[in-house]
Design a protein around this ligand. Structure first.
Ligand code: GLU
Ligand code: ZN
Length: 471
């Protein structure tokens, strides 16, 4: 039997960390087993489902590379199919019409609360023979009233529910639209889903769904309910813990593979390995190895992983991904180095593509002025002559390459009996305006000769002015 998993988001909101982790596990399990990954959009809540959210889901999955093998299948395009089953079940007595009004149900609820009983529909329309004239009706599933439902969950193990605790749930609303629990069962059955991997907030729905699979006369899929992702303070992860919308991570310069790497470790592990390529995750992932306990979202760790993936990825790849961030920083790509060269030079230092683009600004445009502290410390009269000499040598270089640049700087340092760093740092401050940058030869090569010479001239003038002022 070939494995079929599905990711079934409702487009009533954006994709967040938790839903992406679910999508990832479904996708990985399908890839790992050479199965199929199906995308289903659960859009029967028409008031809260939006086109924008559907698009955000599709964009998010595409950005992360979690492309479906089938779908998206929209539930709103399958309404006839749900009605067909509802009719069959009404005919077979598996479901029945309930004519209870809102007021009646409210009164029932109030009475149950008053008597300290669990709040649930009492099945009063179950055996009704005739319709109530003029009243609207919903359709309810006739849930078994006794016995147990056992969920053999791949993560949680055996979880037992009593049918007596479950009431007859509404499967079709008065306007005929199906409810979540029912549509999911019809879809999982029609789409021949073998493994339902989802958040454990759905665990309580599973016994109801199992009863409906039985009513359909089909074998239920295997279930795996993933543990919660908690915020660092132990509460439920929400907006106030930073970016929850997946697009926000893209905006902040995270690599898709870093995010996937981070998420795969929320509930799954392989020894104590932290860094996984996507290929490794596919090879090693197994849903049975998912851990039961909740995991905690740790933004620092995500940032660290992002940096590790930036360092590990081919520079061409990072360079290509960096382009939109450089453009977002309003840098003119035609007036500076190739982004691949920037990626090569900056990747050891950048935690995100946004910070990489920001640090590379001086490669594309001039800065207003040198950082005051760095200038005070490094642009001092003692360095004036060596800097003038560097400026002269660099202007004469035939070949503007790292090797030629470093040789020129080394010669000047040697002739003034300076350690390389003692000369390198003033040069760095002069050409970048700051005291941190990639190695000096890399920095100069990236910035380009014209800008380097101009900035050295500015620094030389600054030192001269200072010396003149007795500073
Ligand atoms: N549409 C449901 C949700 O967004 C998921 C349903 C399922 O995975 O069974 O939570
Ligand atoms: Zn009723």
């Amino acid at each position: 039997m070939s494995i079929r998993t599905r990711f079934a988001p409702s487009p009533t909101g954006v994709l967040h960390i938790g839903s992406i982790r679910t999508a990832l596990f479904c996708w990985l399990y399908a890839r790992h087993t050479d199965g199929k990954f199906i995308l289903r959009i659960e859009d029967t809540d028409r008031e809260r489902s939006t086109k924008e959210n559907v698009q955000a889901i599709l964009d998010g999955l595409a950005w992360l590379g979690l492309e479906p093998d089938e779908g998206p299948v929209f539930q709103t395009q399958r309404l006839d199919r749900y009605s067909e089953i509802v009719d069959q079940w009404l005919d077979a007595g598996t479901a029945y019409r309930c004519y209870c009004s809102r007021e009646e149900l409210d009164a029932l609820r109030a009475a149950q609360m008053r008597d300290g009983k669990p709040v649930r529909y009492d099945g009063r329309c179950r055996d009704r023979k005739k319709p109530v004239q003029g009243a609207k009706s919903v359709v309810r599933f006739k849930n078994p009233t006794s016995g147990e439902v056992v969920v053999h969950d791949q993560v949680r193990g055996r979880v037992v529910f009593d049918n007596a605790q479950l009431d007859d749930l509404v499967i079709a609303r008065s306007d005929g639209t199906p409810t979540y629990n029912f549509a999911v069962v019809v879809d999982d059955s029609d789409q021949r889903i073998t493994h339902v991997i989802r958040g454990d907030d759905h665990l309580n729905n599973t016994p109801r769904q199992l009863n409906m699979f039985a009513a359909l006369g089909v074998e239920a899929p295997v279930f795996a309910h993933l543990p919660m992702i908690l915020a660092p303070d132990g509460s439920k992860l929400s907006k106030r813990h930073g970016a929850v919308d997946i697009r926000e991570y893209r905006k902040q310069g995270y690599l898709p593979e870093a995010l996937l790497n981070y998420l795969v470790r929320l509930g799954w592990s392989h020894g104590d390995q932290e860094i996984f390529s996507v290929e490794e995750m596919i090879r090693l992932f197994d849903v049975e190895a998912v851990n039961q306990s909740a995991s905690t979202f740790n933004p620092e760790k995500l940032l660290w992983l992002n940096q590790q993936h930036i360092i590990a990825a081919p520079a061409e790849d990072i360079g290509r991904q960096l382009i939109p961030y450089l453009l977002d920083a309003e840098l003119d790509l035609a007036d500076g180095p190739d982004p691949v060269a920037v990626a090569t030079g900056f990747r050891e230092r950048a935690q995100t593509l946004v910070s990489m683009a920001a640090s590379a600004r001086y490669c594309y445009e001039d800065f207003e002025e040198v950082d005051a502290n760095a200038a005070k410390k490094h642009l001092r009269p003692v360095i004036l002559e060596p800097l003038q000499e560097v400026r002269k040598r660099l202007a004469e270089l035939v070949d503007w390459s790292k090797t030629a640049i470093v040789a020129a700087v080394e010669q000047v340092a040697a002739s003034y009996e300076l350690k390389l760093g003692k000369l390198g740092q003033p040069i760095r401050v002069a050409v970048t305006g700051t005291s941190v940058s990639p190695p000096i030869d890399v920095t100069l090569e990236l910035i380009g000769r014209d800008r380097v010479i101009r900035r050295l001239d500015n620094a030389i003038r600054l030192i001269e002015a200072r010396r003149g002022a007795g500073g």
